[in-house]
Design a protein around this ligand. Structure first.
Ligand code: 6GU
Length: 248
């Protein structure tokens, strides 16, 4: 998969050299290219923003540098693949595990993280006409820019690429995986030593009884979900509960 990021803070994307994403890049599973938006400005001050029409606080990112940058980045493709343009904005549709799965199937994503009050609307309209374009939010809070959301989305997507995670089963049970623990949050996990500061691990985990362990894990997942995300229980297909689940 190829992934381009156009930003006025290229250094903000340096964590993409680390850990899982960094390893995927080093192995050639992920081709990440970070571009400085200011390369597509032409004035002495490399201006990327201006005051908003209609008045109001803050500044708006000018359309011309974004247009030139996106044209150049998209023209650098092989001519066959068409990118999905992903515009991070608190006004976008929610980024979910389902969206991560869909985007992980695409060969090329172009992210456009903005600062200030956002990008001149005409840029979104222009590229939505020619390409698949998604405006995406990572949650109900406001960040100072879209760079951190790009890090978040890239990590969520990269770990789904074939061969990036050692064990393909490790995302089958992800908390939000469709059909994972059937849409429940994952319960607690334990490792050695068996007693730490006087705290023992749950006895069932030493029982060797796979059926009881699976039952216990599901109970814990239900308990955590009911406490932290009652909306996920309420929104669930009643058929996804089995008879034993109704005990809690
Ligand atoms: Cl994608 N951008 C910004 N600036 N704030 C956000 C966001 C994105 N998602 C949630 N808050």
């Amino acid at each position: 998969m190829r992934l381009d990021v156009v930003t006025i803070f290229p250094e903000y994307l340096e964590p993409l050299n680390l850990s899982l994403v960094g390893k995927a890049r080093a192995r050639g599973q992920l081709d990440v290219r970070v571009h400085d938006l200011r390369e597509w400005t032409h004035d002495r001050h490399n201006t990327v923003d201006d005051t908003p029409y209609g008045g109001g606080p803050g500044m708006v990112m000018k359309p011309e540098p974004w247009g030139e940058a996106l044209d150049a980045v998209i023209a650098s493709g092989d001519g066959e693949e068409r990118p999905v343009v992903v515009v991070p904005t608190p006004g976008g549709e929610p980024f979910t595990q389902e969206m991560a799965v869909r985007l992980a199937e695409r060969p090329w994503l172009v992210f456009t993280p903005a600062r200030y009050e956002g990008i001149d609307r005409r840029v979104v309209e222009e590229y939505a006409r020619e390409y698949e374009l998604l405006e995406v939010s990572i949650g109900d809070y406001v960040l100072a820019g879209g760079e951190a959301p790009v890090l978040v989305m890239t990590e969520a997507i990269a770990r789904l690429l074939p061969g990036v995670l050692g064990n393909a089963e490790s995302h089958r049970d992800d908390s939000f995986a469709p059909g994972g623990m059937a849409g429940l949050l994952e319960g607690p996990v334990y490792t050695k030593p068996p007693v730490w500061r006087g705290r023992s691990i749950p006895e069932v985990l030493l029982s060797g009884h796979h059926g009881r362990i699976a039952r216990w894990r599901r109970d814990e997942a239900l308990r955590r979900t009911a406490r932290n995300r009652p909306d996920l229980i309420a929104g669930r297909d009643p058929a996804a509960f089995d008879r034993d689940d109704r005990r809690i």
